[in-house]
Design a protein around this ligand. Structure first.
Ligand code: RNT
Ligand code: ZN
Length: 416
């Protein structure tokens, strides 16, 4: 049987459950995922400002990582050619592209340093998202936006302001809004004597950053909290409560990274709460294994649960991005597996008889609800996924892997 024929059989099976597979495929096609550029080079960037710092870490040294803008762009192209649908790319400020001898420090970056990325995205019809890089820099060693050292704090405020201007330029050029996400590593290894002062300074820094004149219809500012980082185990300035309240008061987006909470707290449960109070919520989907390890996203329970909440609440209300960096495996494969898994999870969610199941809950018919959600796990989901890949002109099943191996042989293995 061909992929199409298998799909027709699957379609009938899902119909019996009250699910329209054609509608699910249409809906999935319209959900963009923002693919983070930093999986391609282990969060190194091009500005040479410093080794990875800020309590995040890549481990492994699989050969072939991208070391230049050309290599990273080629690798992104390779990954996107194996991922169904139209997506976005997520850049960090440290991926500025300087012409010979034009390097500037992070507080001085300008739109022109991202012109090549804009050109790249335009040619491919991609959207772009952006992030200030408040780590991997000598000035980030003792705090950034919450620093007690006025010059240091000003440096990072200026950096973030520059990032807002760059984001506005990108949004204007692409005629698509840009989400610009602020995450800082600031915190303390041991029990603080004053938890308030650093947060008050962070609040003031953010006030200064968003006070610049920028177009809120084009640039969506998000703030990303975290529970702890390596070397900052006892106190994080940008905690969840801090940013959730800051975002609510200032009409910004709150970004939830599912590696940034206590291990039994789940982002899937936070999404519907946030959306009762915010028009939109932003996500970093990742996988934390025992700590915020940023492993590749799998097709696992929590990713599916997050996807269900996205589908139930309206995918247009969730700005969906991935955030992981695994240096121990082929980096293109990491991207493809993570992106395809996010999409599989969304498809899985779209193939649930959501309304009927919600009615069962309202009727407190938990017996039938459990039966249905468990039986659905054995439905021919893979046949619907494979057809989605075929419809979107990318290899179905594991067939994409041959292409990655060929690229590794012909391109990656030739890199220094
Ligand atoms: C760190 C945050 C942050 C970074 C990226 C590189 O814990 O998750 O989002 O991973 O900005
Ligand atoms: Zn993140």
């Amino acid at each position: 049987m061909t992929i199409r024929e298998k799909y027709e059989v699957a379609k009938e099976a899902y119909k019996g459950m009250g699910v329209d597979t054609d509608a699910a495929l249409e809906a999935l096609k319209k959900i963009p995922v923002s693919m983070h550029c930093w999986q391609g080079d282990d969060v190194v960037g091009f500005d040479g400002a410093g080794a990875l710092s800020g309590g995040i870490q890549t481990t492994g040294n699989y050969p072939g990582k991208a070391a230049t803008p050309e290599e990273l762009m080629a690798d992104i192209d390779e990954a996107l050619s194996l991922i169904p649908g139209k997506h976005r790319i997520n850049l960090h400020a440290s991926y500025a592209i300087f012409e010979d001898g034009q390097a500037v420090d992070r507080d001085k970056i300008e739109p022109r340093h991202f012109a090549k990325w804009v050109e790249f995205a335009k040619e491919r019809g991609l959207g772009i998202d952006f992030n200030p890089t408040c780590f991997s820099h000598p000035k980030a060693e003792n705090g950034t936006l919450s620093s007690e050292i006025p010059e240091v704090r000003k440096f990072w405020i200026d950096h973030c302001k520059a990032c807002l201007r760059i984001s506005e330029y990108i949004a204007t050029e692409l005629d698509k809004p840009v989400t610009v996400n602020i995450w800082i590593p600031d915190g303390f290894k041991d029990i603080p004597a004053d938890r308030t002062a650093p947060r008050a300074r962070l609040k003031d820094s953010l006030d200064q950053i968003i006070s610049i004149d920028y177009d809120r219809s084009k640039v969506f500012v998000a703030v990303e909290s975290k529970v702890f980082g390596i070397g900052m185990e006892s106190y994080t300035v940008g905690s969840h409560e801090f940013y959730m309240n800051y975002a609510a008061k200032n009409d910004l987006l709150c970004l939830l990274d599912n590696g940034h909470y206590h291990p039994t707290e789940v982002v899937s449960d936070k999404i519907p709460s946030m959306l009762l109070f915010f028009d939109k919520v932003a996500l970093h989907v990742t996988r934390s294994v025992r700590w915020d390890s940023d492993h590749v996203v799998l097709f696992d329970d929590e990713t599916r649960e997050i996807a269900k909440e996205i589908v139930r609440n309206g995918a247009d209300r969730v700005l969906l991005a991935l955030d992981f960096f695994d240096a121990s495996i082929n980096r293109i494969s990491a991207w493809v597996v993570g992106m395809r898994n996010m999409q599989k999870a969304l498809l899985y969610a779209l193939l649930q008889p959501g309304k009927e199941m919600a009615v069962l809950q309202e009727e407190r018919n938990f017996t039938k609800l459990m039966m249905m959600s468990e039986e659905l796990k054995c439905y021919p989901f893979g046949d619907v996924w494979n057809y989605f890949c075929e419809l979107n002109g990318v290899p179905a099943k594991e067939d994409w892997f041959e292409e990655v191996l060929a690229y590794e042989r012909d391109v990656l293995s030739k890199r220094q």
